[in-house]
Design a protein around this ligand. Structure first.
Ligand SMILES: [Zn+2]
Length: 455
């Protein structure tokens, strides 16, 4: 091994170690700048010596080509979905049936991450394939996009061959940043982190996925568990963590259903503090031999169940539709609502996205509408209760004129939004000034942006 090769091997090892500490353990070992510097050095050495680019080099995460389309892939063993529990009674029933058959059992409770189910295949320790769950039997090959997720190791600690399963998700912070950018570019914001994660992983260009800052938790293995000499789910999670895979550290072993219920109560209260969205709690019988004994129904395993948090949706009355004009003249409708409590906060305004949603759902002023709010996400109008529609209601018409300058609104070919195209429109000038002094542009401190604008 010459000096260059030795340095490349060393850089590979260091960057992997630092990456694992940062993305998986959440305990950075070095400053971001140090990491970037080593990465730049490795990129330079590899560019000069392409024969020394290892398949699991950290530079290979975003090296994938733009794909013409996605290839379907059949899972070796089906990726089953779990049966659902919606309340304490469902959970006690699940527990009663299991104890009837097995006597005593231990359960493992895990947070149910609200993302996209994925499968990762490692051969001799190297990541060779990543796929979506799809319908459980057939998924889509998204290996290059999954490689852009830094929490996913390109090589495991040991040269084992294994298929692991987990959830790819978008952290709340990435989601908020992404939607801010999209709104600034006047692109449609994503409705929630799950949609944003799914949309990112279905990008044909891995460079787009790389910019979306997704993450992953692994929660199990596909196929036979016997060959690993591991007797329970909780031991398997520990084993997968040893292999360098990202495992959620909140899972808890519970000896009684009362402990399971306590775990659920605890996380129902703490869920908004998490850096990612969860939509429930997964409860599994811990021991593999007991899982085997319980077996499966046609659709799902009998040894596990998913408790779903109550929906964060409520009904309220749509009082008015407020129209705002943005910097480039785009007119955005916002729902003004009779104040209502959703997910612990009072909601009086909700997003209607654009005119198409209003038309598609035939949303009318005076309607009873369904509002959804989850975590930090902007509340949204998701549906109309047609049965409660007032007899005298009329379809909503977007105005023909700008609500600020009264000039005629136009719809630009191929765009969803209506625009005011009057260059002297006060709303647009004011929004431009606001944008100019904002952090994204000039970052002028102390300018009272609000007083610049009066609408
Ligand atoms: Zn205008």
């Amino acid at each position: 091994m010459n000096d260059i090769e030795a340095r490349i091997v060393q850089l590979n090892q260091r960057l992997k170690e630092y990456g694992h500490a940062y993305y998986v353990l959440d305990q950075p070992l070095v400053a971001d700048g140090v990491y970037d510097q080593l990465m730049q050095e490795l990129i330079a050495l590899e560019t000069a010596n392409p024969s020394l680019i290892f398949p699991d080099s950290p530079t290979q995460r975003v090296g994938g080509q733009v794909l013409p389309g996605f290839t379907k892939v059949t899972h070796d063993t089906r990726m089953l979905s779990l049966g659902n529990a919606f309340n304490e009674q469902d959970l006690r029933e699940f527990d009663r049936k299991i104890r009837e058959q097995l006597g005593t059992v231990n359960y493992v409770c895990e947070l149910k991450i609200d993302g996209l189910a994925i499968s990762l295949k490692y051969v001799d320790g190297l990541l060779v394939q990543g796929a979506t769950r799809g319908d459980g039997t057939t998924g889509e090959l998204i290996t290059e996009n999954l490689k852009t997720i830094y929490a996913i190791p390109l090589r495991l600690k040991e040269p084992i061959t294994i298929e692991v399963r987990g959830e790819a998700y978008m952290p709340k912070s990435s989601f908020l940043r992404l939607n801010e950018q999209r709104l600034a570019n006047e692109e449609e914001p994503f409705a929630n982190p799950r949609n944003a994660a799914a949309g990112s992983l279905r990008q044909l260009d891995p460079k787009v996925a790389a910019k979306r800052h997704l993450s992953t938790f692994i929660y199990g293995v596909g196929g036979d568990t016997e060959s690993y000499g591991i007797a329970s789910h909780s031991e398997m999670l520990a084993y997968l963590a040893e292999q360098g895979l990202p495992i959620n550290d909140t899972s808890r072993r519970c000896a009684h259903i009362e402990d399971v219920l306590a775990f659920i109560t605890e996380w129902t209260e703490k869920r908004d503090d998490l850096a990612y969205e969860i939509d429930g709690i997964v409860i599994k019988v811990d021991r593999y031999d007991q899982q085997e004994e319980l077996g499966y129904t046609a659709k799902s395993p009998r040894f596990a169940i998913a408790y779903k948090f109550p929906a964060q949706e409520v009904a309220t009355t749509l009082l008015a539709i407020d129209l705002t004009v943005g910097r480039t003249g785009v007119v955005t409708p916002t729902a003004i609502l009779a104040p209502v409590q959703v997910a612990g906060t009072t909601v009086q305004r909700a997003s209607l996205h654009n005119e198409d949603l209003i038309k598609e759902k035939d949303i009318r002023i005076g309607d009873r509408v369904i509002i959804r709010k989850a975590g930090d996400i902007i509340p949204q109008v998701v549906d109309v209760i047609l049965a409660e529609r007032p007899a005298d209601s009329v379809p909503y018409e977007m105005p023909a004129c700008c609500p600020v300058c009264a000039s005629e609104l136009v719809r630009i070919e191929g765009e969803v939004a209506l625009r005011c195209v009057n260059p002297k429109c006060f709303a647009q000038i004011a929004e431009s000034i606001k944008h100019y002094v904002s952090r994204n542009a000039m970052n002028i401190d102390g300018c009272a942006t609000r007083s610049c604008v009066s609408k």
